[in-house]
Each structure stands twice: as structure tokens, then as C-alpha cells.
Design a protein around this ligand. Structure first.
Ligand code: PEP
Length: 248
């Protein structure tokens, strides 16, 4: 990994205002020259976005939303947050297509609409793709990735603001990670599929049970520009450990 290395912290539906104190060490680390390449982006729950933005205001750590509505502006959508609102708060990123939302019924078509809306509001996208265990067993991984990429990016012009997060669904929260060889094959496949959509070399990240032990092998996977980290990112110590072991 030579250029920017992304460390995405997805806090899911966890965290309270008292969680902010644990971030001081990470802020200090992010200012060290040694970690210049580390692009750290936090995705707290909506309730904490404002606090996180203030907390990181004197650092290079960015903040994003874990999802957004497909309608880019204001509208009568109770309980929803639009790209305009995320932008207004100071978010630079949004995660779209996360399997935890796909499982709740979010279709490729809706994800495509969300991607277009968020890009229109100048948000950068972490676009999540990945196969379920059933699809992996049926050897359908590549066809699933093709479908998710083709449908998700249909008609999307400014792809340079998209980062791809390859997250095998069976790996998220399970403690399991793919075998290195299989992961490299899938990353190569994603690269090929993306190259048919855009001339830009979009960063491809890996997500799924990344921790401070398995990072020593994951960091050697060819073609990966960083990691999307769920549960391990909720502990500042574990998250810092992952960054330190990746850039040493
Ligand atoms: C995720 O939230 O996308 C994720 C990869 O979670 P975990 O690291 O807990 O598997």
C-alpha cells in the first residue's frame, strides 16, 4: 500500500456523548508525520455527527453519515436525513449500500438513487458491495459483485468521488475473513468491473471483521487501499493498533 490508506470507522448504532473523550489519542496520532498517509474517516450515528465534527475540527480526521435518503434536498420523509443535511453539518462522506441496510430491503435501484443524490450534494461515497454466504457457496460471488456494481453505478458520471468497500456479508461481525488468495481474486475482479464503468482508479477497501490481529495479513493483500472497520473501531485502542500495524 503506497498512497493514501483509508481507515473507516463505522460505529453503527453505538456510541453516546461520553464516547468522545476516548478519541484524544487518535487525534494526536493523526497529526504525526509518520501517519500522513492514513486517511481516517469516522461514521458515528446521526446523533453524534455534530459532536464528532467539532471534536475533529483541528485535525485531518473526516466525518460522514452511515446512510442518507435518496431525495437529496428537504422533503416530507419522517425520520430520514438527506444528503443536503449531512453536507450542512460538515460531513464529507456517506456510506451507501451497507449490507445491514440491504438486508432491510434497500435495493440496488434505491442505492443507485442515493449515490446520485449524494454526489449531487458533493458528498464522497463509500459504496459497499459483497456476497452473502449462500451466494459464496453457490459460487455466485462474481456475478453478485457485477450486478451490485452495474446497478449501483448505473448512469453515475462523477465516479471519482466514490470509494468501493468490498465487504463479504458473511465476514461482517462474524470474526471470519476470506482467505488471502480468494480476497485478491475478488479485488481483482472488482477492479476489472469498475474499469468498465469509469476511467478513474477508485480505491478499493476491505471490510469484515478487521481487527488488530488479522490486520498483519490483510495489509499485505494486493490491490487494497484501506479498511472499513466496524466493531473494532469502537475501541480507540484497537483502532489505533490497526493503524499502527498497517503503517509501521
Ligand atoms: C461493517 O460495519 O461494515 C463491518 C465490517 O463490521 P465488522 O468490522 O464489525 O465486521
Amino acid at each position: 500500500m503506497t498512497n493514501n490508506i483509508y481507515f473507516i470507522a463505522n460505529w453503527k448504532m453505538y456510541g453516546s456523548t461520553s464516547s468522545l473523550n476516548s478519541l484524544n489519542k487518535l487525534i494526536n496520532l493523526s497529526k504525526l508525520k509518520k501517519y500522513n498517509k492514513a486517511k481516517i474517516i469516522y461514521f458515528p450515528p446521526f446523533t453524534l455527527i455534530n459532536d464528532f465534527i467539532k471534536k475533529f475540527s483541528k485535525s485531518k480526521i473526516s466525518v460522514g453519515g452511515q446512510n442518507c435518503h435518496q431525495h437529496e434536498d428537504y422533503g416530507s420523509f419522517t425520520g430520514s436525513i438527506s444528503p443536503k443535511m449531512l453536507k450542512d453539518l460538515g460531513c464529507q462522506f456517506v456510506i451507501l449500500g451497507h449490507s445491514e441496510n440491504r438486508t432491510l430491503g434497500e435495493s440496488d435501484h434505491v442505492i443507485n438513487k442515493k449515490i446520485r443524490s449524494a454526489l449531487n450534494k458533493n458528498l464522497k461515497i463509500i459504496f459497499c458491495i459483497g456476497e452473502t454466504l449462500k451466494e459464496k457457496r453457490k459460487k455466485a460471488t462474481h456475478s453478485v459483485l457485477r450486478k451490485q456494481i452495474n446497478r449501483g453505478l448505473k448512469g453515475v458520471k462523477n465516479c471519482q468521488n466514490i470509494l468501493i468497500a468490498y465487504e463479504p456479508v458473511w465476514s461482517i461481525g462474524s470474526g471470519l475473513i476470506p482467505k488471502s488468495e480468494a480476497l485478491e481474486i475478488n479485488v481483482r475482479k472488482i477492479r476489472k468491473l469498475i474499469s468498465k464503468k469509469t476511467k478513474f482508479k477508485l480505491p478499493i477497501l476491505y471490510g469484515g471483521s478487521v481487527n488488530s490481529q488479522n490486520i498483519t495479513s490483510l495489509k499485505n493483500i494486493t490491490g487494497i487501499s484501506g479498511f472499513l472497520i466496524g466493531s473494532a473501531s469502537q475501541s480507540s485502542k484497537k483502532f489505533i493498533d490497526i493503524i499502527k500495524k498497517t503503517i509501521n
